[in-house]
Write a protein that binds this ligand. Structure first.
Ligand code: FMN
Length: 421
């Protein structure tokens, strides 16, 4: 019989612990539990932006309140690679390339996707606050880090537009409920827990999600490939596990991966970024143990990643999706792909559906290109897509959640707004 009751909920355990009943462990461990945040999950400065959003959404209407929405977006490894220059009628978004993930993202593909996610939140907030806007992606042809300029006009009647590569397209406003997407911003979290095995996401829902791509790029800059049958899911799932193993076996990738894992409460509150045990999808008692025991090593982190991928992420996926674009090395298409992912995730959130990116295959594909080695995963992705017009940008799983996903840390608006870059 384990010392914990596997049926006891996290809340019940923490309540008992808080009232002193569960303090049966020796003194040093209790102290460690308190100082490592066992009883204060989701609290402290690292989590304040999630609460600040609520205040901003009720009170603030200026451009800074749009940034408060942008910083809650999905982004690879929670590196938050963004800097904002804010003026009364204009916001400029820059890539903070110092916050790259090294060998995990050698061509900054994931960085640009995450910046696209932030832009999606930003424009939804602009719409919710009555701004018309003009969004120009990669506004300086030679400036690789100037990601977007959002010109703001306080007049709802003017069409919102997105432009990039000298082509201007009108952002369709035929979203059924733009405000439900906006309202989902602080509820959206990457859910790494198990998904319902007996409740598949229907084809109708997958189709509705896929059709959101047209609301971002009516000209069809991206599409989605779904993998829903048992055979298809086995195929994609096996490849994700093989890619996870390849990342672990690659010293540099393993090191760069682990570098963004924040093991201690102190680090989480200091850096306000990275991956945490609370968001790993582990059972609650593992989360508690991870905080009480000494920090795990890189090897232990690798093993836990593989185990979680095998037992939970892949095993309980209702479907896998791959967002595809025409050219994965094109920054505008990466940004649009990120906007699409974020919009789908917000839509899913507002419909009680969970999502988790699983990008091990594309991380390996880019690594293979950067090392000039055999394109095992590059070829596997081309085979999965089986259409030379499309290239795999980003993979994720979808399903109905069995566990609530917790917030990840965030740096505040003040920490990412700069006067110039
Ligand atoms: C481009 C991109 C790639 C990502 N890749 C993965 C991944 O391979 N595995 C995973 O568990 N999460 C992945 N994520 C999710 C991020 O880790 C997550 O968004 C970040 O930690 C912030 O947490 P939140 O989404 O709950 O706010 C990815 C997100 C983005 C935008």
């Amino acid at each position: 019989m384990p010392w914990f009751d596997t049926k006891m909920s996290r809340r019940k355990f923490l309540k008992l612990a808080g009232s002193g009943i569960a303090i049966v462990v020796v003194g040093g461990t209790v102290w460690r539990a308190f100082s490592n945040g066992v009883f204060s999950t989701g609290q402290g400065p690292a989590y304040e932006p999630w609460n600040d959003w609520k205040t901003e959404s009720q009170q603030g209407a200026g451009p800074l309140s749009l940034v408060a929405s942008a910083i809650l977006a999905a982004n690879a490894h929670n590196t938050q690679p963004w800097l904002f220059v804010v003026n009364p009628n204009r916001i400029d978004l820059f890539a903070d390339t110092k916050r790259n993930i090294g060998a995990i993202d050698p061509y900054l593909r994931e960085m640009f996707e995450g910046l696209g996610c932030a832009l999606e939140n930003l424009v939804l907030a602009a719409e919710a606050k009555g701004y018309a806007y003009n969004l120009k992606l990669m506004p300086e042809p030679t400036g690789k880090t100037h990601v977007a300029t959002i010109s703001l006009i306080s007049n709802r009647k003017i069409n919102n537009s997105i432009s990039g590569n000298n082509t201007t397209t009108t952002l369709s406003s035929n979203l059924s409920e733009p405000s439900s997407l906006y309202n989902a911003i602080p509820q959206r979290h990457t859910n790494r827990g198990p998904y319902e095995m007996n409740k598949p996401v229907t084809q109708d829902i997958l189709q509705s999600l896929g059709s959101l791509s047209k609301t971002i790029s009516p000209e069809g800059a991206m599409t989605i490939f779904w993998f829903t049958t048992v055979d298809q899911r086995h195929k994609v799932g096996d490849l994700i596990l093989q890619a996870t193993q390849a990342i672990i076996a690659d010293e540099q990738q393993s090191y760069n991966d682990f570098k963004w894992y924040r093991a201690s409460w102190q680090d989480i509150q200091t850096y306000k970024d990275g991956l945490t045990v609370d968001t790993s999808g582990s059972p609650w008692y593992i989360e508690v143990l991870a905080k009480i025991l000494p920090p795990i090593s890189e090897k232990e982190f690798d093993n836990s990643q593989l185990q979680l991928a095998k037992d939970t992420y892949v095993a309980t996926a209702s479907a896998f999706g791959i967002i595809a674009v025409h050219d994965v090395f094109d920054d505008i298409q990466r940004l649009q792909g990120g906007m699409f992912y974020q919009r789908m995730h917000l839509w899913a959130t507002s419909n009680g559906i969970a999502m988790q990116p699983l990008n091990q295959m594309t991380e390996r594909a880019d690594r293979e290109v950067s090392l000039g080695i055999k394109q095992t995963f590059g070829n596997a992705l081309r085979e999965l897509i089986a259409n030379p017009n499309w290239q795999a940008l980003m993979t994720f799983r979808i399903g109905y959640p069995t566990l609530e996903a917790l917030s990840s840390p965030r740096r505040s608006v003040q920490e990412v707004v700069v006067s110039s870059v």
